[in-house]
Design a binder for this molecule. Structure first.
Ligand SMILES: NC(=O)c1ccc[n+]([C@@H]2O[C@H](COP(=O)([O-])OP(=O)(O)OC[C@H]3O[C@@H](n4cnc5c(N)ncnc54)[C@H](OP(=O)(O)O)[C@@H]3O)[C@@H](O)[C@H]2O)c1
Length: 284
């Protein structure tokens, strides 16, 4: 068997590079409707994979239907090493409002929609994305996810938007392939779950690694410590923010989102940026 590349981590038993790609920025504004520039969105996906990305995060409700359709058009038939990760637990209405879809039958319908749109027999990993006000117990949801995995429709079960209690409960019920929670230089409110994953050696996939598209006064890329470090290390603020996350734990996997080819190249290069002690102290 080939040795696993040293910068790879096993995600549901499949090796992925630590620098992946998040597809949420590809649909139109507000993650709703078609992309502003369809050819560019397809080019971003193809360039990511050409550059070695083998972990792409998506969801049927990005668009809705748009991100998965772009992934299918750009990349199908998929390279064998590509690990597509999707999520279930939400839906969109006709105005683009986000709706919870937390019931077991909705989780199953979500997986089936991903299988159809991505044209897969199995989604390698599906995150159960908990809604903060969900009235469905997580144990009931996991029972549905475990059945889907037993049937071979999903390869691994991930968790998203979970607190520490839910994470621990889930781990007591089944194997957890990864955890995807918000975490970045400016928002460390999920440090407890981050620490638990590091201790348990569970891959942790921080979303909003660059501070997200939702806040125009980006608290990550605009932070003086980030800008100063970027200047000193001849890097960009985005690269500093990503390198800091990679430095935090060996099983951190990144999925920065972009619709720009230039930003994609910049983000991929962050995998090679080594932060020195001065940078770590300033950023911490
Ligand atoms: N599980 C969940 O509930 C959940 C929630 C949110 C996101 N996610 C996943 O996490 C991924 C990452 O999160 P995200 O996309 O929301 O936020 P993000 O990666 O923190 O930030 C994306 C924003 O940063 C910009 N950007 C990207 N690269 C940049 C660079 N090098 N320099 C400056 N700006 C840059 C993007 O704009 P441009 O397009 O102009 O580059 C976009 O506005 C998503 O794509 C999605 O797959 C999951």
């Amino acid at each position: 068997m080939d040795a696993m590349p040293s910068d790879s981590v096993l995600l549901a038993n499949r090796p992925v590079h630590r620098m992946g790609f998040g597809a949420m920025q590809l649909p139109g504004p507000g993650i709703f409707g078609p992309p502003g520039n369809r050819e560019r969105a397809l080019a971003v996906l193809r360039r990511a994979v050409d550059a070695g990305v083998n972990h792409i995060d998506t969801a049927q409700f990005y668009g809705p239907d748009v991100a998965n359709e772009l992934i299918h058009e750009a990349l199908h038939p998929y390279p064998e090493e590509l690990v597509l990760v999707s999520k279930v637990g939400a839906a969109r209405d006709e105005q683009g409002q986000w709706l919870p879809a937390q019931r077991p039958e909705e989780l199953r319908a979500g997986v089936e929609a991903n299988l159809r749109s991505l044209e897969l027999d199995q989604v390698p990993v599906v995150n159960l994305r908990r809604h903060p006000d969900s009235d469905v117990p997580i144990a009931e949801q996991l029972e549905a996810m475990i059945a889907l995995r037993d049937e071979g429709l999903i390869g691994g079960i991930g968790l998203s938007n979970v607190d520490l209690d839910s994470y621990r409960l889930a781990r007591s019920l089944t194997e957890v392939a990864c955890v995807q929670n918000a975490f970045n230089l400016a928002d460390r409110s999920g440090q407890d779950v981050f620490d638990a994953c590091r201790e348990d050696e569970v891959p942790y996939v921080p979303f909003f690694p660059l501070g997200s598209a939702f806040n125009p006064e980006n608290p990550v890329l605009g932070a003086p410590s980030v800008r100063e470090t970027a200047r000193r290390l001849n890097a960009t603020p985005a690269q500093v923010a990503l390198a800091w996350l990679l430095h935090k734990a060996p099983k951190v996997l990144l999925i920065p989102g972009t619709s720009s080819l230039d930003h994609l190249e910049e983000n991929l290069a962050a995998a090679d940026l080594a932060l020195d002690q001065e940078a770590i102290e300033l950023l911490s």
